[in-house]
Design a protein around this ligand. Structure first.
Ligand SMILES: [Zn+2]
Length: 185
């Protein structure tokens, strides 16, 4: 009887010793993790993303988009498709007015920013103001390009290139079907 009690006491002591060592190990691991995490934060703070990213504001389910858009609009805007060049209604549009996102009405460009690039899609040399358009790296089809999307609804607009002929040096190459035109009154 005495022996059993003695043994259990010894076991208890051993367990507690193990428990203490375990706790020490956990604390040490937590400290390491903290050190690693803070180093990561430091890294991400100094790392400059070359491309602007904004969280998209509108989150509409695909079923809803399918109801609101034509099949071709849905393919381009929501599935990142591309319309055939030289076919879009706004490609040769020279009227004064505003170009809006066809999906949500977000104002993207004015007619003063449009120029004839000869590439087959409406082209602009700047956007209406910062924050209306998101840029994202696109490596599809074996090319490295920068995709442009509406910052409000996340819809695909086209791509941006740094070969623009005006002083901005950039070319926003936009699918005509991704935009709605609002003529000046
Ligand atoms: Zn939009």
């Amino acid at each position: 009887m005495h022996n059993v009690a003695d043994r259990s006491l010894r076991n208890d002591f051993a367990n507690r010793k193990v428990g203490f060592a375990y706790m020490l190990r956990i604390t040490f691991a937590k400290l390491q993790l903290l050190k690693y995490a803070s180093r990561n934060i430091e890294c991400s703070a100094t790392y400059q993303l070359p491309i602007t990213t904004y969280p998209k504001k509108m989150d509409k389910p695909n079923d809803q988009w399918k109801k609101e858009l034509t099949p071709e609009q849905y393919r381009v805007l929501r599935e990142k498709g591309t319309e055939a060049p030289f076919t879009g209604q706004l490609y040769l549009n020279k009227e004064k007015g505003l170009y809006l996102c066809a999906a949500c009405g977000n104002e993207l460009f004015t007619s003063d920013m449009k120029f004839d690039s000869g590439c087959g899609w409406p082209s602009f040399d700047k956007e209406i103001e910062g924050g209306k358009i998101i840029q994202k790296r696109d490596v599809s089809f074996g090319m490295i390009r920068t995709e442009i999307m509406c910052a409000n609804c996340g819809s695909h607009l086209g791509h941006i290139f740094d070969d623009g002929p005006t002083e901005t040096g950039v070319r926003y190459c936009v699918n005509s079907i991704s935009m709605k035109f609002k003529a000046d009154q």
